[in-house]
Each structure stands twice: as C-alpha cells, then as structure tokens.
Design a protein around this ligand. Structure first.
Ligand code: AMP
Ligand code: ZN
Ligand code: FE
Ligand code: FE
Length: 292
C-alpha cells in the first residue's frame, strides 16, 4: 500500500536532517510521499523537491505556521500542490516571521546575559545554518557551551513559558494563518490537536476555512486519533497524519511511526483543486505587513 508522512522537519528549522538525508530516510522506510513542513519557512522546499525527484519520492511542499488563539499557541500546517508554495504574498509573510524569530532570538540572549549566562548570539547562530531560528537553537547553544546538561534542562530552567529567559511574541491569528495558506491555493490543517487543548476552537477554525485535522501524530494516543478522526468527519474536514520527525533523536527517528494511506493525500489534492472560495468567512483582505 502507498503511504505518506505529512509532518517532517529539516535543518531549515529545528530538524537535524538535510533534505537529502530526510528523503533518503523516507525512501528507506518505503514512503511514496512525504511533506516537508518546517516551522514558518518554505526555504527547504526547492532542495527537497529536487532530491525527491532524484530518489523517486513525491515531496509535497509544506510549512508549519505558528499562530495562536485565546493566548494559546497553535501550529497550522499548510500543504501546497503545484507551485502554490511560491506565492509571493505567502513568501512575504514567512520572511516577516523569520525576522520576528531573529529578533526574538536576540532577546533570548539578552535575557540570558542578564541572568549571568554569557551566551553570545554567535553561539546560537552557529547552531542554525539556514532557514528559521527558534528556541531549540538557543537550547542547543546552551548545551554546546556547557551552561546546561541537556536540551530539556535548557527549556526547564530558562526557555519554557514562565521561565526567566522566556520571551513572549506576537502570533498571527488562526484566521490569518488559514487565509495566507488558502490564498496561496493550499490546504490548512491543524497540527497535533491532541497536544494543544484547542478542541473547543476547532468548529470556529472550520468556519475560518480550516481544511483538516492532523488526526495521526507520533504523540497522539490511539484514543486521540480516533477522537480527531470523528471530529474531522463531523466538521467535514480532512484527516491527515505525520510523525513530526526532527531527526535521529534518542530513540531513533520518528519517521516511519506514522504511515498515512495515500488515498488521504489524494483527498487533499482534490480539496485543494476544488476550493470554491479561498476564505469563506470574510477575513480582511490585506493582512500583509505593509511596507514603509
Ligand atoms: P519556538 O517556535 O522558537 O518557540 O520553539 C518551539 C519549539 O521548541 C517546538 O516546536 C519544539 O520543537 C521545541 N520545544 C518546545 N518545548 C520543548 C521542550 N520542553 N523540550 C524540547 N524541545 C521543546
Ligand atoms: Zn520543531
Ligand atoms: Fe508543532
Ligand atoms: Fe512540527
């Protein structure tokens, strides 16, 4: 049976694999298709598409967009078929998010310095060759410099919400994230709903144009997967799945733990091709950051 993994990270955000290493792992695991879904960036896509063609794995362009509702952080997966991922307004939004992430990283360093930890911005930048920066890179730098013993300790002592080096950030709304994805011709899927406690917001997101729920995820229990599959049916949403693999990891890579039947990918393509109205619920037309 043809299978897919629709949630994967590369070095272009906080994953450990290059696109080549990721596609090789996918081929080894027997995947017909994978989606590359880095945090707030599509920078990995050109390289991923190229290696996918070379190794005979269908690569779907994706991104995991950080957004929020009611003070909660929400991750919105966007899937693009054809050339939608090149949509200039979407690229502009993600460039803006990248700058915001860079400024936030500078703030993490300032806070840590104030706490007596002489971490340098260069230490953090050395942990990221390309794409978007995030807290995992700050955590890696803290480990590398020996200020903490592990990534977990970095988050526990400094980087989690409520901890002394945590920096809040502005997040776009779910309606904005869905709008950006759908105006580019993509499909908007709520990532790992089982990890976010946002069940009561799903109906509202469906009205905003949400297309699907990530029912199968490496950290969902079977009961959660069944619950979101049922919810998807109830709200006429697609059910999708992915491992959220970030690389080799301590217990081996997560790629291979979720094997989504390919007919679910076909359903996504059909929905993308037949979207009647890009944004059903009247989200404002110019959500882009204005120049000047
Ligand atoms: P950011 O988007 O920069 O706020 O970073 C969030 C990312 O940090 C998440 O997607 C996770 O991959 C990672 N993360 C969050 N909390 C932890 C934690 N306690 N331990 C390890 N990684 C974490
Ligand atoms: Zn991540
Ligand atoms: Fe996520
Ligand atoms: Fe992810």
């Amino acid at each position: 049976m043809k299978v897919a993994d629709l949630h994967l990270h590369t070095r272009y955000s906080d994953g450990a694999y290059t696109p080549l290493e990721l596609v090789r792992a996918a081929a080894r695991e027997g995947f017909a298709a994978i989606a590359v879904t880095d945090h707030d960036t599509l920078d990995a896509i050109p390289e991923s598409l190229a290696v996918g063609r070379k190794l005979g794995v269908e690569v779907i362009a994706g991104a995991e967009i950080t957004c929020g509702a009611e003070m909660k952080e929400i991750h919105m997966l966007g899937y693009f078929f054809g050339r939608g991922w090149e949509h200039p307004p979407l690229q502009a939004v993600l460039e803006h998010s990248k700058r915001v992430r860079e400024r936030r990283t500078e703030e993490f360093v300032v806070r840590l310095n104030e706490l007596g930890i002489p971490l340098k911005l260069a230490d953090v930048l050395a942990c990221s060759e390309c794409g978007t920066l995030g807290r995992p890179h700050v955590a890696m730098a803290l480990v590398k410099r020996g200020f903490v013993g592990s990534l977990e300790e970095a988050f526990e002592r400094f980087l989690r919400p409520g901890k002394p080096a945590y920096v809040e950030r502005h997040r776009m709304s779910t309606a904005e994230a869905i709008g950006h994805i759908r105006r580019a011709g993509g499909i908007a899927v709520l990532a790992h709903p089982g990890l976010n406690r946002v069940d009561d917001l799903i109906q509202n997101m469906a009205a905003q144009g949400l297309d699907g729920l990530e029912a199968w995820h490496s950290r969902h229990t079977p009961a959660q997967s069944a619950r979101y599959l049922k919810m998807a049916e109830r709200f006429k949403l697609l059910a999708t799945g992915g491992s959220d693999c970030h690389g080799p990891g301590r217990d081996g890579p997560l790629i291979g733990t979720i094997r989504l039947p390919y007919d679910r990918v076909e359903a996504m393509k059909q929905r993308a091709a037949s979207h009647p109205d890009p944004v059903p619920n009247g989200e404002k037309k110019s959500p882009l950051p204005r120049k000047g």
